[in-house]
Structures are given as C-alpha cells and as structure tokens.
Write a protein that binds this ligand. Structure first.
Ligand SMILES: [Zn+2]
Length: 216
C-alpha cells in the first residue's frame, strides 16, 4: 500500500509547479489529490505558504470535510474539492489558481474560445466562465460543474481558474496552457477581431480529449 505521505509529497510538487509558473501568489489558490479507495484526499492548508512548502502542512480529509490528519486549517475551498470528487469519480486531482490573465477574463465573465488546435485536444473545447458564486460556499462547485459540462476546466467568475483531471500532470499542464492562451487571447483582442477555430475543425481533437482526458 502506498503511504499517505506519498500523496502529500505529490501535492507539494504540484504547489511548487503552479507557484513557479506564477499561477498563484503567496497564500492563493488550492490543490488536492484523491487517495485511491478512501473517499479522502490530501488538500493544501488555508493561506498556503508556497515559500515554505512542507508535506507536513498538507491535510488529509475525507469527502465529508472531516480532517483525518493535519495540524493546519484546511483550505476554505475544501467544500468545492469534496463536492467535485463525490460527483466525478474519475477526477484524481484538482487545482484552483488565481492565474493573472485568467483572472482578467473572469471579471469580464468571458469564455476562452479555442484559438489553437492543442486547446481542443487538452480542454475538449472552449473554456466556459461560470456564474458568480461566493468563495467557500457549496454554491461555487455547483455553478462550476454546471459551466464545465463534460469538460475539465472552468473560469470561476470574478475569481480564477479551476482544473480537474485524471492525473496531476494533466492538471498542471492544463493550468499553465490556459494562462498562456488567455494571454494570447486578451492581447489579440486589443489589436483586432480574434479568429477562433471552427467546431468542425475541433472535432477530431475533441475525440482525443474524450478518450484521453475526459473525467465526465
Ligand atoms: Zn480562489
């Protein structure tokens, strides 16, 4: 059996990657991974200290929100993480960031259209923006899942980005690519009309998404 500390280490690794890629500032966002066959996860603490990451600061919590082990207060978004793991058994990792460019899009309540083919493959189509819901409430995952539909990603209105996936590698890669794509999208919009890739041209890539990455 894999030790619980293995999963805490993995959460620390993910935190390091999203912090180094500037998708979160000190104290922002949250990350979790599912512990197989346990109805439980390892989640980051409230006000996560990215400058002093330690696996001992991570929290072992079940999907009812009960802390099984951990000395710090869990992220206030644990409600969202619990909700999604219960709703989507194929999800093994959840990353929530306040990525700078995605945050700009989130206050515009704008979707991110498919502007590169790789987006259709990785994201399964355009990334939708959810309705607004308060952080830390059960309303937030509800509006998030609703806007996400069959995909893995959603822009949380006036807030940031949420990515779920089968693996942590996918979630990190996807969070990084979305931030890059939103940057391209917002800059292109300043210059002129953004041309998006047609649904027809996305088809074969969305089939790959369904086979490889879908958690629906
Ligand atoms: Zn947040």
């Amino acid at each position: 059996m894999v030790e619980i500390s293995h999963y805490s280490k993995e959460v620390v690794n993910i935190c390091r990657k999203i912090y180094n890629n500037q998708l979160v500032k000190q104290g922002e966002g949250n990350v979790s991974i599912r512990i197989p066959n346990q109805n439980a996860m390892i989640i980051t603490p409230s006000e996560n200290d990215y400058e002093n990451l330690s696996e001992d600061n991570m929290i072992h919590m079940d999907f009812d929100g009960v802390v099984l082990q951990g000395k710090l207060k869990p992220s206030s978004e644990h409600i969202m993480h619990c909700y999604i793991y219960r709703k989507r058994p194929k999800v093994n990792c959840i990353i929530h960031t306040h990525s700078p460019n995605v945050s700009i899009l989130s206050v515009l309540h704008n979707d991110l259209p498919v502007i590169f083919e790789e987006m259709a493959m990785l994201l399964g189509g355009s990334v939708k923006c959810s309705k607004f819901a308060q952080a830390g409430t059960e309303e937030l995952p509800k509006v998030a899942i609703k806007a996400m539909k069959k995909q893995n990603t959603v822009i949380l209105a006036n807030h940031g980005l949420l990515v779920v996936g089968r693996t942590s590698e996918y979630c990190v890669k996807t969070a990084v690519i979305i931030e890059k794509m939103v940057n391209i999208f917002l800059n292109a919009k300043k210059i002129g009309d953004v041309k998006v890739i047609s649904t027809d041209n996305q088809k074969k890539f969305i089939e790959i998404f369904d086979a490889r990455y879908s958690t629906y």
